[in-house]
Design a protein around this ligand. Structure first.
Ligand code: ZN
Length: 202
């Protein structure tokens, strides 16, 4: 058995959101999810391409959004934070920048931080600043709009969140459990748990 197997999980979340610009910054926006319609985070596995396990033993599960936030965006943040790139999809008629797009529209940014606020709502702090920054002057209008983050209230916004890699070395059999997964903490985003085995019960 390889000692460098990596499970990678793509992640999807949806809900009604309010997006506000964070003052004094052209890029950073705050996305607050309504408690009412927020989905669980769907995590579905893609094996890394180097793995012998490609296309085998995929795990798909859903985790409560608050739990996902607390787990992957701990406070204080880790030294090497998880800052995934995210595609946000909005329905037709929702976005002020894409009023004529009959199939809705997409926007791209990274989640720089996330938290659960005092009212129990999931909040993302996102920015498109790092998206293709070096080519800003040559980007087409379409791509420029992709990076522009709309503000306002949106129904059923979908977030397709980049994969997170979870390296496992010794506990692969434990990872097959249907309703929980374990991994060796060598790559744990929390950093504070190195050397222990983490169990995330869903
Ligand atoms: Zn749009």
């Amino acid at each position: 058995m390889s000692t460098n197997l990596t499970r990678e999980y793509d992640q999807i979340l949806s809900g009604d959101v309010t997006i506000k610009k964070v003052s004094s910054d052209d890029y950073t926006h705050k996305i607050t999810f309504s408690k009412k319609n927020i989905s669980k985070v769907l995590m579905y596995q893609v094996w890394s391409s180097v793995s012998d396990f490609t296309n085998k033993e995929r795990i798909v599960f859903r985790i409560k959004a608050k739990k996902w936030v607390r787990y992957f965006f701990p406070n204080p943040p880790p030294v090497d934070p998880f800052t995934p790139t995210t595609v946000m999809e909005l329905d037709h008629g929702e976005c002020p920048f894409h009023k004529n797009n009959k199939n809705g529209c997409k926007h791209v940014f990274s989640i720089n931080n996330a938290k659960v606020n005092k009212r129990g709502q999931v909040v993302f702090y996102v920015s498109s600043k790092a998206i293709d920054r070096s080519n800003t002057n040559t980007l087409s209008e379409t791509v420029k709009l992709l990076k522009k983050i709309p503000t306002g209230s949106f129904h059923n916004a979908r977030f397709d969140i980049d994969h997170i890699a979870i390296q496992i070395s010794t506990c692969i059999s434990a990872c097959q459990a249907k309703y929980s997964f374990q991994y060796c903490a060598t790559n744990c985003p929390k950093k504070t748990v190195t050397g222990k085995i983490i169990t995330l019960t869903l």
